[in-house]
Structure formats: structure tokens, C-alpha cells
Design a protein around this ligand. Structure first.
Ligand code: FDA
Length: 386
């Protein structure tokens, strides 16, 4: 009998963490089913052959966490470099550090404000709203950081991300805009950050190097011609499902909406294109939101080509039916459908929904891992430890 004790649908960080933990803790056979031709979900990376440079195929992935347990967990599978992420942004032909900090403010206003002075000037600019509750994203931005900084650094970028004028977007999209009144320009302030020393693929593969785990790529859980599929398994074997929530229920309550990204990758015959890993483009006139240059994620890798480099332009748009879902939109209609799917999911005791697609929420990698660990602790443990 080769029926596994658990089937995990999706080999992203959520699914890999569950599979690894169940195999190790309970010594149970776990089958991981993945519709793509590779494991790792969106954290997957590959080597660009001409330059030897590691490229993140589904967008740049920087690991960061404050969670001790997650940090100890991931360090079982890979070491991390001491890379610290910094981002810059181009506005009207000038480069500024992001997120907005005292360096950005002083450069933008051509000033030498102290933290207190900057705080009070931004406070005065934000007071333009006279305490009125913002009714759209544009007003929200002004209320949070004042009009000059909002219009320079946030307005155009947000309009490009959403393909919508911010006056037509709900205020709730941005609850806060971080402004640092010091010169700390690190993108993440988490205690632990870095990139996997031997790359993402090596890390992700080592998570499922276990005799109890079998991985089946190019296998769609909804394809009934495959041996491991929904119709033949659900009800017989516990399933952890990390694919799209609405697809599991055949979109019966409507499609949940997502934004997607288009990536345009180029190899350029120049050793260094932009001097840093990520350059944002704040102005609406530039169609892309940012350019990644992958060599800068690993300055320690001496084998990278010195004569050529890999860049990737990123464009944001609404996802169509065939597109990769990247960011949940979360409109009122989506929230209604989500509630309906949650009710349907509650009636499926042997299926555990998890991960960013399976719960329709944006999760950073450390959050996906933490939530997978809690699923094992809180639900699967009861099932398997008996
Ligand atoms: P993930 O999407 O990775 O995996 C789900 C898997 O399920 C996929 O491989 C999919 O093919 C598979 N699947 C779906 N349906 C299936 C079916 N029917 N049958 C079989 N398999 C199926 N995080 C971070 O910490 N730092 C960062 O810098 C970034 N950057 C970033 C950039 C972009 C553009 C995005 C979209 C996301 C990030 N992230 C991030 C977030 C990170 O990608 C996220 O935390 C993980 O992908 C979550 O892992 P999951 O396993 O939940 O989903």
C-alpha cells in the first residue's frame, strides 16, 4: 500500500515546511504535489547561464524575520549571508534613499533638518487635512506624510501599482507610511536578515531531503488523470492545500481578485548597471515600478561575470485568468467571497487550507513558515501523534 499518510498540495515554503515537519516529527509518508516543474513556490531561483548570476524568477526575495523560532528553523537547512537590503528611488531624475528617512527629507527639501525639525515640518504639511477623515488613498497619503513627500514618492508609484488614480482608491490600502526621522536606510528593521548562502533552490531542496517525503512536480491536484488528485484523495487521506482558495471550490462563490506582475529580464554587457540591487521609479511617466539587478544581492560571489549583468524590470497590473496571482486585492466583493469560502472550508475537516493562495493573504516568507509551524502544532499534531 503506497498511499501516503499526508498529501501536501503546493511546494512553496508553506507546503515544504509542513511536509518536512510531519515527516520528521511523526515518521509518516508525505507526498508533495506541485503543478509547476520545480519546487519552492515563488521563492524559487535559478542561475542565468551566461553570467552565472542567481535570478529570482518570481520577483526579488529577501529573507527577514524577528521570529527566533523561524530563524532557528531555517538555519537547519541553509546558512545566510549578512546582506542588508537598501532601496533607492528615482524622482524627477534624482535618486533618493527609501523608505523615506531623514536623508530623503533633507535631500528633497535641500535642507539640514534635525529629527525634531523634520518631524514638525512634516506634521505641519500633513495638517493640511485639518483633521478630516481621508476619503480616498490620495487624502490618506497627504494626512500621513504631507503633500510634498506624498506626491513625490508615493503617488505615482501607487498609481502604477494599482493602475488606478489614487483618488479612486480606498484610503484603507495604506494604513501607515513609514517615515524614519534618522538616517537608517535599511529596508527591513528585523533582527535577522540575509540571503541563503548557496541560493534559494539549494535551501528549498534540502527541506525535503527526507526518506519519508516524495515530491511530484508537474502534477496538478485538480487533474483527475493523475494518481494524486482531489477526487481520489479527499476524504481518504488528510490534505494540506496551499493552492488558490477559490479554485478548490470550483470558484462557486466567484473569483478572488489578484494583482500580478510582469517581469522583463535582460542581460546587459556592462559590469554594473545601477550600482544597487533595487531602484524604484516613483514617477508615473516611467511605466515600470522598479528595476532589480541581481548581482548586488551577492557581492560575495566572486564567480559572477564582471563584464555582464542581469536586470529585471517589474510592471504591475490586474491579474487575468491565466496570470500568476501575486498580491490579493481584497475588495469588498473579494471579502464577501472569502467568507463564503471560509464557511465551505470549515465543512472539510480533513483538508487544511494554508499559505498565501490557500488563505488569500499576502505572507512574507517568515510568515508562511511560522503559520505552517502553527498548523503542525495546533491541528496536525492531534491527528498524527496518537
Ligand atoms: P507559494 O505561492 O510560494 O507556493 C504555492 C505553490 O502551490 C506554488 O508552487 C503553486 O504552483 C502550487 N500550486 C497551486 N495550485 C496547485 C495545484 N492545483 N496543484 C499543485 N500545486 C499547486 N517574502 C519575503 O519574505 N521577502 C521578499 O522579499 C518577498 N518578495 C516577494 C515578491 C513577490 C513579487 C511576491 C509575489 C512575493 C514575495 N514574497 C516575499 C512572499 C513569498 O513569495 C511568500 O511568502 C511565499 O511564496 C509563500 O509561500 P506559500 O507556500 O504560501 O506560497
Amino acid at each position: 500500500n503506497n498511499t501516503p499518510g499526508l498529501v501536501v498540495v503546493g511546494a512553496g515554503l508553506f507546503g515544504l515546511t509542513v511536509a518536512q515537519q510531519v515527516a520528521e516529527r511523526y515518521n509518516i509518508d508525505v507526498a508533495v504535489v506541485e503543478r509547476r516543474s520545480h519546487i519552492g513556490g515563488n521563492a524559487y531561483s535559478e542561475t542565468e547561464p551566461r553570467t552565472g548570476i542567481e535570478v529570482h524568477r518570481y520577483g526579488a526575495h529577501l529573507f527577514h524575520t524577528d521570529n527566533e523560532r523561524v530563524w532557528r528553523y531555517v538555519n537547519q537547512f541553509t546558512g545566510f549571508t549578512d546582506y542588508e537590503h537598501h532601496v533607492h528611488t528615482v524622482h524627477q531624475g534624482v535618486v533618493y534613499p527609501m523608505p523615506i528617512n531623514l536623508g530623503t527629507i533633507n535631500q528633497f527639501f535641500g535642507a539640514a533638518y534635525s529629527p525634531q525639525q523634520a518631524r514638525s515640518i512634516i506634521g505641519e504639511q500633513a495638517a493640511e487635512m485639518h483633521g478630516r477623515t481621508p476619503t480616498n488613498l490620495d487624502e490618506q497619503g497627504v494626512a500621513l506624510i504631507g503633500r510634498p513627500l506624498y506626491e513625490a514618492f508615493i503617488r505615482g508609484y501607487t498609481a502604477k501599482q494599482w493602475q488606478t488614480d489614487p483618488r479612486d482608491l480606498p484610503a484603507s490600502i495604506i494604513r501607515r507610511l513609514p517615515v524614519r526621522y534618522n538616517y537608517d536606510s535599511r529596508y527591513f528593521d528585523d533582527a535577522y536578515q540575509g540571503l541563503p548562502v548557496d541560493g534559494y533552490s539549494a535551501w528549498l531542496a534540502s527541506m525535503v531531503e527526507h526518506p519519508r517525503i516524495s515530491v511530484h512536480v508537474d502534477t496538478d491536484f485538480f487533474d483527475s488523470t493523475q494518481p494524486l488528485n482531489r477526487d481520489s484523495l479527499v476524504g481518504r487521506v488528510p490534505v494540506v492545500y496551499t493552492g488558490p482558495f477559490d479554485q478548490y471550490f470550483d470558484h462557486s462563490a466567484g473569483r478572488l481578485s489578484w494583482r500580478t506582475l510582469d517581469f522583463e529580464q535582460e542581460v546587459l554587457d556592462v559590469g554594473d548597471f545601477q550600482g544597487t540591487s533595487v531602484m524604484n521609479y516613483a514617477d508615473i511617466e516611467v511605466p515600470y515600478t522598479r528595476i532589480h539587478e541581481f548581482r548586488h544581492f551577492h557581492p560575495e560571489r566572486t564567480w559572477y561575470s564582471k563584464k555582464s549583468t542581469v536586470i529585471m524590470k517589474e510592471y504591475s497590473r490586474w491579474a487575468g485568468l491565466e496570470d500568476e496571482p501575486y498580491y490579493p486585492v481584497g475588495s469588498p466583493k473579494d471579502r464577501q467571497a472569502l467568507q463564503r469560502y471560509r464557511d465551505l472550508a470549515a465543512a472539510q475537516p480533513q483538508v487544511f487550507f494554508g499559505g498565501r493562495l490557500g488563505t488569500y493573504q499576502y505572507l512574507d516568507m517568515h510568515m508562511a513558515i511560522a503559520s505552517a509551524l502553527s498548523l503542525v502544532d495546533n491541528s496536525l499534531d492531534e491527528l498524527f501523534s496518537g
